[in-house]
Ligand binder design. Structure first.
Ligand code: NAI
Ligand code: MG
Length: 370
């Protein structure tokens, strides 16, 4: 455990491109740790296939205990094709979903910002992506990915039936709605809440509870309810209308990837997940890029590390009380993008893409220059 001023960060690179992008994010964290304003203790732990091969568990009980005790967790990615060799119960016991649930990090923040330097890689023509600066608040510990029953069952006719259950309780909706409304107040004062209240009972409850929380102390915020399918379309045709978007677990998952597509690459989206504050005001926190393990490019040294590095910036801002360092990291990223040091997913058309390490080098050089 940490002394009063030293913050403990547990680092889990995980699978696929996780170790490649987290190696660069870790360098930025180490740079932050060398600054006088923060004292950090960094602990590296195995997670995923590597942990399974060493211990027979994807996530050992010791690592889970470290994760639960940490001030912040930095995570890479989970999932590889080789995971098919891992027994289902072992996978489930060590899953990313279980870790999020154990930490009760229900508020998943996914900022989506369009740097001007990347306008040439957005698939949206005519500069329609210019100035995008929105943030998803995704409910992360309930809903369709957790509801019971969840199974594949054999039917008498020899066929099978797959079942997932979308379930939300009033308190589960209310706490994330409260979080999103507070966040909206600190930004432009506008919130879009996503549901499918036209066809789903859980969606009807979602809309009702968000409306109640809004009425009860947050009615200075402009609240818009929007159906999930329409939200997907609006993100593509008019992304500039959004500021804070509140969504359940599945809509938040899907719609944030849509927003990543609008930027041009998932490699640019960071995230932070927070629990409720305890009596001393401390929240559990989990930082990870939005993207997955990207098996199609893993091991090639070409993954974009900027989502992971921006996740470190979020950690500096939200948990490590170092907003000035977070600003420097964000500024360094902008400089590197403007200079055209970019991995293949966001490369300047016609240029030679940089490697993961070269982007890390350029960010560190920009940070240490001033
Ligand atoms: P993915 O996010 O891994 O990749 C989607 C596409 O984006 C791929 O073409 C990939 O090459 C590209 N991409 C992603 N991150 C990139 C980066 N940093 N730089 C450049 N290109 C990048 O999603 P996919 O392919 O659907 O899933 C692959 C595996 O990842 C699966 O096993 C899935 O379960 C897992 N996954 C894990 C997540 C997590 O750990 N939080 C989230 C999403 C998927
Ligand atoms: Mg996803």
């Amino acid at each position: 455990m940490s002394s009063s001023n030293t913050k403990s960060v547990v680092i889990l690179p995980g699978d696929g491109i996780g170790p490649e992008v987290i190696a660069q994010a870790r360098r930025v964290l180490a740079w932050a740790s060398d600054q006088s304003s923060v004292a950090l203790s960094l602990s590296d732990r195995h997670y995923g296939l590597e942990s399974y091969q060493r211990s027979g568990e994807v996530l050992t009980a010791e690592t889970l205990a470290d994760v639960l005790a940490a001030d912040a967790v930095l995570f890479g990615a989970s999932g590889t094709n080789d995971h098919n060799d891992i027994p289902r119960d072992v996978k489930r016991r060590g899953s990313l979903l279980r870790m999020r649930k154990e930490m009760d990090v229900f508020a998943n923040l996914r900022p989506v910002r369009m740097p001007d330097a990347l306008l040439d890689v957005s698939p949206l023509a005519g500069g329609r992506a210019r100035g995008i600066d929105l943030i998803f608040v995704r409910e992360l510990t309930s809903g369709l990915y957790f509801g019971q029953p969840k199974l594949i069952e054999d039917l008498p006719d020899g066929s099978q039936r797959g079942v997932d259950t979308q379930s939300y309780t009033t308190p589960e909706i209310a706490r994330v709605a409260e979080f999103a409304l507070e966040l909206a107040r600190s930004r432009s004062g506008k919130l879009h809440s996503v549901d499918k209240s036209n066809v789903m009972e859980s969606g009807r409850l979602w809309r009702q509870v968000v409306t109640d929380v809004h009425r009860n102390g947050h009615d200075d915020i402009a609240l818009n309810h929007i159906l999930g399918d329409n939200c997907g379309m609006q993100l593509v045709i008019n992304p500039g209308q959004f500021d804070v978007i509140l969504a359940d677990n599945m809509f938040g998952d899907i719609l944030s990837d849509v927003a990543g597509g609008v930027l041009g690459s998932l490699g640019m989206l960071p995230s932070a997940s927070l629990s409720a504050a305890d009596a001393s005001g401390r929240r559990k926190s989990f930082f990870e890029p939005v993207h997955g393990s990207a098996p199609d490019i893993a091991g090639k040294g070409i993954a974009n590390p900027l989502a992971a590095i921006q996740s470190v910036a979020m950690m500096l801002r939200l948990v490590l009380d170092a907003p000035e360092l977070a600003d420097r990291v964000d500024g360094a990223i902008d400089q590197v993008l403007a200079r055209g040091v970019r991995t293949a997913d966001i490369a300047v058309p016609g240029s030679i893409p940089a490697t993961t390490v070269e982007v890390g080098d350029a960010v560190l050089a920009a940070l240490t220059k001033d």
